[in-house]
Design a protein around this ligand. Structure first.
Ligand SMILES: [Zn+2]
Length: 203
């Protein structure tokens, strides 16, 4: 049976997040998401939340350089950086928008493994200046606990970047993320929901 999908947020009608969307944010630094194909249909697609709440976001789905020709064109023509950890990465907390110009921030959306694969398959990405976090907020996203122990959700990573670099107010993004978690857990039996929502404090 085909489940019906909300025409605005594209989540299933049962878990529609439209009530949680705030006024669209005109983020100064554009976000460019390279999304692994397996993430597109994931129920917990936080990139979709970003696209509902941010004005300046560009999403490209694929794996190989030929999938990302438009993204490469952006990278060639603009001041860009890649959000990705590594020895050569500069800590976001150590730069300012006055000294270091970033007009487009590239982020990789996928599990840690898939993001790593995307980076390996796309050497042009690794040539971009790299940004990492030296301290980041606690992971708020409890649904995909096992995978997210290693990294923040793409939404949280972008929210944190825009908060520090753009001095943007991240509340609408976190509100939307919490809204999605609420919608997706409201039909769970209480004991299952507790397992999802009440975990990370002991970790
Ligand atoms: Zn909706």
């Amino acid at each position: 049976m085909k489940r019906s999908t909300c025409k605005i947020c594209h989540f299933s009608v049962k878990t529609c997040v439209c009530d949680h969307i705030s006024n669209v944010i005109a983020n100064k630094t554009h976000i460019v998401v390279l999304q692994h194909p397996s993430e597109v249909t994931a129920a917990k697609n936080t990139v979709r939340l970003l696209s509902l709440q941010l004005k300046n976001i560009h999403i490209f789905v694929g794996e190989t350089p030929s999938d990302f020709l438009d993204a490469q064109a952006i990278a060639k023509q603009n001041h860009c950086a890649l959000l990705y950890p590594g020895e050569n990465a500069t800590a976001l907390e150590n730069i300012t928008s006055k000294e270091t110009r970033i007009d487009y921030l590239f982020v990789l959306d996928g599990t840690w493994k898939k993001a790593h694969k995307l980076a390996m398959l796309n050497p042009w990405l690794i040539e971009l200046p790299r940004i990492s976090f030296s301290s980041a907020p606690k992971n708020q996203y409890t649904i995909r606990k096992a995978e997210q122990q290693y990294s923040l959700s793409t939404l949280e990573a972008c929210a944190y970047f825009l908060t520090v670099y753009d001095t943007m107010d991240p509340k609408p993004l976190y509100k939307l993320l919490q809204g999605m978690i609420t919608e997706q857990t409201k039909f769970m039996p209480p004991h299952v929901r507790e397992r999802y929502l009440d975990n990370d404090d002991s970790a």
